[in-house]
Design a protein around this ligand. Structure first.
Ligand code: PGA
Length: 248
């Protein structure tokens, strides 16, 4: 089974709407011949601008978070229907920064994943261990627990179409990338876990990304691993270098 590669940028809390227009116009020619799917996950305020700026291009727009309720008294939140109606195709769920600073739980992430599928939005589900967990040799158990909790009640077909991003917390924004062996080992474990939960068709289809200090010089080696289907890129997605990563 050949999985289409995908490189997704995560702008985090960067770029104003005006900067979004400028950046996208620079990015377009750099990625127009990309063989991989190209996704940029922008702050909520930039979504409508980014969708308009990428119309007719191969760049797809994602959100960085979403609420699991359809609507209601949730001040400051964005609903799945709002994202769908704006034309958003992807949503990052369970990023470690949201788990840490916004106290998102596995149960909430599971509800969000189920809702995203109902609205035709593909989750980019993040998982990843802390340095302490890695040192204590708990990585595999912890990642399996995160995947199982997030996917409880999610159908086989939905899992086949989703994206999982393995992002070791110690490698995010630190400049310290996991080695390609370390990254491959965990991505392979995730695929195995999906096979055990569903079946081989499903584990063959699901796309698994590596994230954590991916840049233009380490992307090609990371993406050449058999179980790594692309990357989730933070800091380097804010620079034209993102074009090089997409083409790696
Ligand atoms: P980084 O972030 O590439 O800046 O390490 C990755 C992420 O948090 O998705």
């Amino acid at each position: 089974m050949s999985r289409k590669r995908i490189v997704a940028g995560n702008w985090k809390m960067n770029m104003t709407p005006a900067e979004t227009v400028g950046f996208i116009s620079k990015l377009k020619p750099l990625v127009e011949d990309a063989e991989a799917d190209v996704v940029v996950c922008v702050p909520a305020i930039d979504i409508v601008t980014a969708i308009t700026a990428t119309r007719g291009t191969n760049i797809m727009i994602g959100a960085q978070n979403m609420h699991f309720e359809e609507s209601g008294a949730y001040t400051g939140e964005i609903s799945p229907a709002m994202l769908e109606s704006a034309g958003v195709k992807f949503v990052i769920l369970g990023h470690s920064e949201r788990r840490e600073y916004n106290h998102e739980t596995d149960a909430e992430i599971n509800k969000k994943a189920i809702k995203a599928f109902e609205h035709g939005i593909t989750p980019i589900l993040c998982c990843g261990e802390t340095l302490k967990q890695r040192e204590l040799d708990l990585t595999e158990d912890f990642i399996r627990m995160q995947i199982k909790s997030a996917l409880a009640g999610v159908s086989k077909i939905d899992v086949q179409n989703m994206i999982i991003a393995y992002e070791p917390i110690w490698a995010i924004g630190t400049g310290e990338t996991a080695s390609s062996e370390q990254a491959e080992e965990v991505c392979k474990t995730i695929r195995k876990c999906i096979e055990e939960m569903y079946d081989e068709n499903t584990s063959d289809a699901v796309r698994i990304l590596y994230g954590g200090s991916v840049n233009a010089s380490n992307a090609a080696e990371l993406f050449s691993q058999p179980d790594i289907d692309g990357g989730l890129v933070g800091g380097a997605s804010l620079k034209p270098d993102f074009g090089k990563i997409v083409n790696a």
